[in-house]
Design a protein around this ligand. Structure first.
Ligand SMILES: Nc1nc2c(c(=O)[nH]1)N[C@H]1C(S)=C(S)[C@@H](COP(=O)(O)OP(=O)(O)OC[C@H]3O[C@@H](n4cnc5c(N)ncnc54)[C@H](O)[C@@H]3O)O[C@H]1N2
Ligand code: MOO
Length: 390
């Protein structure tokens, strides 16, 4: 058995970045921009009014001063002339500030009748003008990385309509087991419904991958071989189940017969001990244990950071946080334990059962509390590491 950190190292070695594709900006959110983007224009492209009011010369602005209103500057239609001494231009937010003016007095501080405007209150210090290029200048760069909604808005303002992003890694998900049927089907008396394949599909979609659910493979070599064959061309194959030591646990041996080079088998963790990984031609292969919670925990701890790597992002273990324990807990065993826990105002509270078959408990857990191998007993209030589940 190897440690969790050694397993992560092996898994990261199996990752090959997927390359890039170009997408329209409307499809760019959540994608990873592959290189820097360069602004095609400056914003604002002119000195721009920040408020509705009157553009005039700051040197003339004082309570009681009167101006002749010589025109209007609106967003999208500037005033074409100059503002001279004693003159003002009616202006609206976002409109170009006319030549000669260097102050916008807000309309609340102006009395305006016919073409005469009078300042009624002290206009204060601010100019209410956004300078040309004050947000960004043509040629400014946006660093590569994850495209958040705000960064999509920034690219749009820079007039970048198409973005080069990392191709989403195709992840084939292969559930295995004679006992499984798909959700919506009618299970036989000894059958259950495949669940973690759907949980992993959801987790992968959120992580930025393109998951593909393969049909359920039966626990025999021919069925597994056919199903693994269907995965060829994917960046990553995730098998579920058939990883342990039982007579029907064939996934590793079938994959090896098909040419998989094994990287490791079995990790000193709980749940997730029978994890397996390798490479089959260009495809990375990760064999997840079948127990629903084990498969999902391995998805969080191992697969999510791998997806970052496929997308060209730095690969690192899932970040940990610290919180106090809400209760006393006994010593840990020899495997790193990822305990399903809830985080409340009094701290982290491990669930009453840590059986790796219990999806109800995983679904309510906001955290995986991480305990090192052979960690001694801990008391309420002791700080402990956890991984947030979202
Ligand atoms: N003698 C031993 N028995 C077991 C050991 C061991 O070391 N010695 N390890 C246990 C651990 S830990 C785990 S985890 C499981 C993993 O077993 P497999 O990966 O071989 O998984 P299966 O036997 O195929 O299934 C286990 C369990 O999970 C259910 N399952 C499988 N796939 C799905 C799915 N897609 N959706 C929902 N549920 C699924 C399956 O019906 C079984 O109940 O082995 C222990 N045994
Ligand atoms: O390691 Mo298993 O994944 O505990 O149920």
């Amino acid at each position: 058995m190897i440690s969790v950190s050694d397993a992560l190292r092996h898994l990261f070695d199996l990752v090959r970045p997927t390359g890039t594709e170009v997408v329209p900006l409307s499809e760019a959110a959540g994608r990873v921009m592959a290189g820097p983007a360069v602004a095609l224009r400056s914003q604002p492209p002119f000195d721009s009014a920040a408020m509705d009011g009157y553009a005039l010369r700051a040197a003339e602005a004082r309570p009681g001063a009167r101006f002749r209103v010589i025109g209007e500057s609106a967003a999208g239609r500037r005033f074409p002339g100059q503002v001279g001494p004693g003159e003002a231009v009616r202006i609206f937010t976002g409109a170009p500030v006319p030549e000669g003016a260097d102050l916008v007095v807000i309309q609340e501080n102006i009395r305006h009748e016919d073409d005469a405007a009078e300042i009624t209150d002290d206009p204060g210090e601010g100019r209410n003008i956004r300078p040309l290029g004050g947000d960004f200048q043509a040629g400014d760069k946006v660093a590569p990385g994850l495209l958040t909604p705000a960064r999509v808005a920034l690219l749009a303002a820079m007039n970048i309509a198409r973005v080069t992003v990392a191709r989403r890694p195709v992840v084939a998900i292969l559930p295995t087991g004679n006992e499984l049927v798909q959700p919506g089907e009618t299970p036989g008396p000894d059958q259950i419904v495949a669940s973690n394949s759907y949980g992993l599909h959801a987790l992968l979609t959120r992580a930025g991958a393109a998951p593909r659910l393969l049909p359920i493979a039966r626990d025999d070599a021919a069925s597994l071989e056919t199903a693994i064959g269907l995965a060829r061309g994917a960046d990553l194959l995730l098998t579920i189940g058939g990883a342990s030591v039982g007579d029907h646990d064939l996934v590793g041996s079938v994959a090896e017969r098909m040419g998989m080079e094994r990287a490791f088998y079995r990790v000193a963790m709980r749940p997730g001990k029978p994890l397996m990984a390798g490479r089959l031609d260009r495809m990375a292969v990760v064999g997840l244990p079948g127990n629903p919670v084990s498969a999902m925990v391995c998805g969080h701890i191992f697969v999510r950071p791998m997806i970052d790597g496929f997308l060209g992002l730095p690969m690192a273990p899932v970040p940990r946080r610290r919180a106090p324990l809400a209760m006393d807990i006994p010593a840990n065993g020899p495997r790193e334990h990822y305990m399903r826990a809830t985080l409340g105002h009094d701290g982290l509270r491990p669930a009453r059962s840590q059986d790796s078959a219990l999806l109800t408990i995983l679904a309510e857990a906001g955290a995986l509390m991480v305990r090192a191998p052979d960690d001694p007993p801990r008391r309420a209030g002791d700080p402990v590491d956890y991984i947030a589940l979202d």
